[in-house]
Ligand binder design. Structure first.
Ligand code: NDP
Length: 293
């Protein structure tokens, strides 16, 4: 038979995870702070556990997906004794440091631990468009992989539990940076009276093209410090365009808030004497001293 699975946390995401396990035929036990959210899953065959400890005890594989890591500690701490011999897969969004702390808590109770980051929205869970990133002991991942693949593509990043949150947060940061650009660009055309839906396909295609054109050079600079030859778009030239972005926003009545941080960094890089390089060197301005625990 299929591996029994417990899902702790039945918010929008947790309910989708439990639903996917049920659909794939896994005996599924669920627990949620607000117990009524288990109702639709129980109708589909899930078992509702009365306590977190009961939920943990019910299955060898325990998936946790709640709001934050403070909640993970609050729920798993008191269930400690039940954890021995289980595999805990924590798919709650958090930081690499928080992942390390939960990994220690879980290991201290004699359980295996995988951290994870879900790169999908709830309706995509269980479809080929869902990607879930995992980190933790490779043998644990390989053993649990067939079950975890029920949720979507399962990608293992390495044994450090902090890797999945690191990739997750970096990917989301990239997404929000892109959203900044999409929002500002749309605000500009809207303010000028252009229908945003007519402009959208061009914007989409441009952003995709430029992502593929620019990212390899940025990554190469990050890894080697090599600019890859003479810049086709030197920063001094780009800085002049930034002034036009800000002026156009002012003329049309669009706030510069989303653009200003990058504008400042580009200007500083030029002032520092890097006007003949591409934008890659902004990476160096972003580096600060790491904050100790
Ligand atoms: P929801 O807000 O829908 O659900 C939050 C869950 O956390 C609920 O089960 C809630 O219980 C529980 N919870 C919150 N506080 C407590 C507490 N003090 N004690 C016990 N349980 C608590 O969020 P999602 O399900 O959407 O998100 C869950 C995780 O999944 C988050 O870390 C999120 O970042 C991640 N995620 C979500 C995505 C999405 O698109 N939804 C995409 C990718 C990742 P209750 O029902 O009782 O309130």
């Amino acid at each position: 038979g299929r591996t029994p699975v417990t899902v702790i946390g039945l918010g929008r995401m947790g309910a989708a995870l439990a639903g996917a396990f049920l659909a794939a035929g896994h005996p599924t036990t669920v627990w949620n702070r607000s117990p009524e959210k288990a109702g639709p899953l129980v109708e589909r065959g899930a078992v509702r556990a009365a306590t977190v400890a009961d939920a943990v005890a019910a299955s060898p594989l325990v998936v946790v997906c709640v709001l934050d890591y403070a909640t993970v500690h609050r729920l798993l701490g008191p269930a400690g004794g039940a954890l021995a011999g289980r595999t805990v897969v924590n798919l709650t969004n958090g930081t690499p440091r928080q992942a390390g702390e939960v990994a220690e808590l879980v290991a201290g109770h004699g359980a295996e631990y995988l951290d994870g980051g879900i790169m999908a929205v709830p309706p995509l869970i269980g479809t080929p468009h869902s990607l879930v990133l995992y980190s933790g002991a490779p043998d644990v991942f390989e053993r649990r992989r067939p079950t975890l693949e029920v949720l979507g593509t399962a990608t293992h990043l390495g044994s450090d539990p902090g890797l999945a949150p690191l990739y997750d947060l970096a990917l989301l940061t990239g997404m929000y940076g892109m959203f900044s650009g999409l929002l500002h660009a749309t605000a500009l055309v809207r303010a000028a009276g252009v229908a945003a839906r007519d402009f959208a396909p061009m914007l989409s295609s441009w952003v995709k093209t430029m992502t593929d054109a620019a990212l390899p050079g940025i990554a190469a600079y990050a890894d080697t410090g090599d600019h890859g030859g003479e810049a086709g778009s030197p920063l001094a030239m780009q800085a002049a365009a930034f002034a036009n972005f800000l002026d156009t926003g002012e003329e049309l009545g669009v706030r510069p808030d989303l653009l200003l941080p990058l504008t400042r960094l580009v200007e500083r890089r030029v002032a520092d004497g890097h006007g003949d390089e591409d934008i890659h060197g902004v990476l160096d301005l972003l580096a600060t001293e790491p904050k100790e625990n």
